[in-house]
Design a binder for this molecule. Structure first.
Ligand code: ZN
Ligand code: FE
Length: 299
């Protein structure tokens, strides 16, 4: 299996410090990455598994437990290797959406671990290999001893889901660091609601784990819209340095996204001004998002 640009080694999300933007001032400082869910008694460890060219799968487990959740089994070989390396047994696969770069490893994981449950949105029935559970919006379930809530976030696809657990949100290709997915099935209005209303209701310190390592190119686009936003410039420099060292730029936080992500900043006057000539009478935030998305498609 070609592994594209990734090294062979998986990343451990919480074993090292991350440079983080400090809220409000846009100045980078080094903060120790906190263990996930510290306040929840035990918490959850999140392991990043680079797959394909620039995808991430994620492994979640409680410290001391050998049971794991796989989010987006992009391809089977690296996911199986990382499960083995960590001594974990998967109990569930959570699919954020039906695209093959997010579910292409389902069958391989199921072949090695029969009986693993596969969660996805109810309307993705027939499109997610091995799907056993057909979720509704806001449905809660337990897997590997972890409570998870599914949020239906259409836009990139109509059946896209974010999985929220222990202060983390796994957002697939709907919310990226500093960007959002292309509108393959949904509308700009749906994407606006998914990003700004549904995900927008989560707390500022929610850690954002998305489906692809697109952060640097997304921030370059964001900088073209808001050249005077210091948070974007600061995070771009940090993200470039991280990628130069082969390190992931994830997780982000919702706070950082609110400071840097143009699709969460469609009410900012600098962003509106940049797309002004593309707007007709409709100057709603949904129309601004549509215009920004069209610009990004051509960036
Ligand atoms: Zn996708
Ligand atoms: Fe994808």
């Amino acid at each position: 299996m070609p592994r594209g640009g990734w090294g062979r080694q998986g990343f451990r999300a919480f074993s090292e410090g991350f440079v983080r933007l400090s809220a409000g001032c846009g100045v980078a400082k080094v903060l120790r990455a906190e263990g996930a869910g510290r306040a929840y008694g035990g918490g959850v460890e999140v392991h990043l598994v680079p797959c394909l060219k620039d995808n991430y799968a994620y492994l979640l487990h409680r410290p001391g437990s050998s049971e794991a959740i796989v989010v987006d089994a992009s391809e089977d070989a690296p996911v199986l290797a990382e499960l083995e390396r960590l001594g974990l047994t998967p109990k569930a696969i959570l699919a954020t959406h039906h695209h093959v770069d997010h579910v292409g490893g389902n069958e391989g994981v199921l072949a090695r671990y029969p009986g693993v449950k596969v969660f996805g949105y109810r309307t993705d029935r027939g499109r997610i290999p091995g799907q056993t559970d057909f979720l509704e919006d806001a449905q809660e379930f337990d897997a590997a001893g972890i409570s998870v809530k599914a949020l239906h976030i259409p836009g990139h696809t109509l059946g896209a889901v974010a999985y929220v657990a222990e202060g983390a949100a796994f957002t697939g290709d709907t919310l990226f660091a500093a960007g959002c997915g292309r509108l393959f099935e949904g509308t700009a209005a749906q994407m606006y609601e998914s990003l700004n209303i549904k995900l927008g209701a989560l707390p500022d310190d929610t850690r954002i784990y998305c489906g692809h390592e697109y952060t640097v190119s997304n921030l370059r686009f964001a900088e073209s819209l808001e050249p005077n936003n210091p948070a974007i410039a600061t995070k771009l420099a940090w993200a470039q340095a991280a990628r130069d060292k082969g390190e992931p730029t994830l997780p982000s936080t919702l706070r950082e996204e609110r400071m840097t992500n143009p699709f969460l900043r469609v009410a900012e006057k600098d962003v509106v001004a940049k797309v002004n000539e593309r707007l007709a009478q409709d100057r709603s935030p949904q129309a601004v998002l549509a215009a920004v998305r069209a610009m990004k498609d051509a960036f």
